[in-house]
Design a protein around this ligand. Structure first.
Ligand code: MN
Length: 293
């Protein structure tokens, strides 16, 4: 018999900091800090709450070329528009509702800027960036990326006009999301109406967490959470019930933990210290390729 999943706690993000000059984010977790293994396979969550940018002629508002190795960066845009280019020759635009799932694998350089028309007109950017660990066997895979547009997301209407769930990765009530992942992951974008309810169930050993981006909800009839709250669940019980008191927007993360050691050094996440030293040497010798500003 399934039982309700218990809640570890409800947390606030760190004070806002700037990533380059274009991303005003609050960090909710990073590998090595606060939540230990309870967040695996996720390594980092930076939340860019809605923030209005003035118009600019600067076509490089954001972050210039920088490396990654050994994991994936996943960018979810809810409002605004971001362009990216990488040293593998890939590039694209992440518009509102889209997701970019980039597998850095053995190493890549990329840059992330406000899309040029968005920069010129100014406007509100609302986004999340997640870092997802790769299992050791795939850390040195060829880099690649998935540009997933809003129209390709899985979509499930919740009963009783409660709202809807967009499935980015994994499966909800039989509907699959388009993202291909190396380890089992569910990533859901949840939109709820006042008085709405939603139910989720995941095996207890899978790690599960949720960020409330707007509105007010009650979880499992016990715990209240409002905008900017991060809810971490225990590995006890399976079922999660969400009741919305207002229009609410949440993202739910679930995944099978990766039971391997890892070492993070800045933009490199590997299995051993030696592999980190190799990553630094490879980066310094130009093995990640070239990418103009
Ligand atoms: Mn990056």
């Amino acid at each position: 018999m399934s039982i309700e999943r218990t809640i570890t706690g409800v947390y606030r993000g760190a004070p806002f900091h700037w990533v380059g000059d274009g991303f005003r984010v609050s960090n909710y977790f990073q590998s090595g800090n606060n939540f230990g293994r309870k967040i695996s396979p996720f390594l980092l969550l930076d939340y860019h709450a809605p923030f209005h940018y003035a118009p600019t002629d600067n076509q490089k508002r954001g972050v210039g070329p920088h490396p990654h190795r050994g994991f994936e960066t996943v960018t979810l845009a809810f409002a605004g528009s971001v362009t990216h280019h990488d040293s593998a020759g890939n590039g694209g635009i992440i518009d509102a509702g889209d997701v970019q799932w980039m597998t850095a694998g053995k190493g890549i350089l990329h840059r992330e800027y406000h899309e040029k028309n968005f920069a010129r007109s100014g406007g509100t950017l609302h986004a999340i960036q997640l870092w997802v660990n790769l299992p050791r066997a795939h850390k040195m895979d060829e880099p690649h990326y998935q540009g997933i547009v809003a129209a390709h997301m899985g979509h499930v209407e919740l009963p009783d006009n409660s709202g809807y769930v967009r499935i980015i990765a994994g499966k909800y009530q039989g509907t699959k999301g388009p993202a291909r992942t190396y380890t089992p992951i569910n990533l859901f974008d949840i939109h709820m109406q006042p008085g709405g309810h939603a139910h989720f169930s995941f095996p207890a050993h899978e790690n599960t967490m949720m960020l409330v981006m707007s509105g007010a909800v009650t979880i499992n009839n016990t715990t209240s959470a409002t905008a900017a709250d991060f809810v971490l669940f225990d590995n006890t019980g399976e079922n999660i019930t969400i009741n919305a008191q207002s229009v609410a927007h949440l993202v739910l993360l679930n995944g099978e933990p990766i039971h391997e050691p890892f070492v993070q050094y800045g933009p490199f996440v590997m299995t051993t210290e030696q592999e980190i030293r190799t990553a630094i040497d490879d980066f310094n010798s130009g093995a990640f390729g070239n990418l103009e500003n």
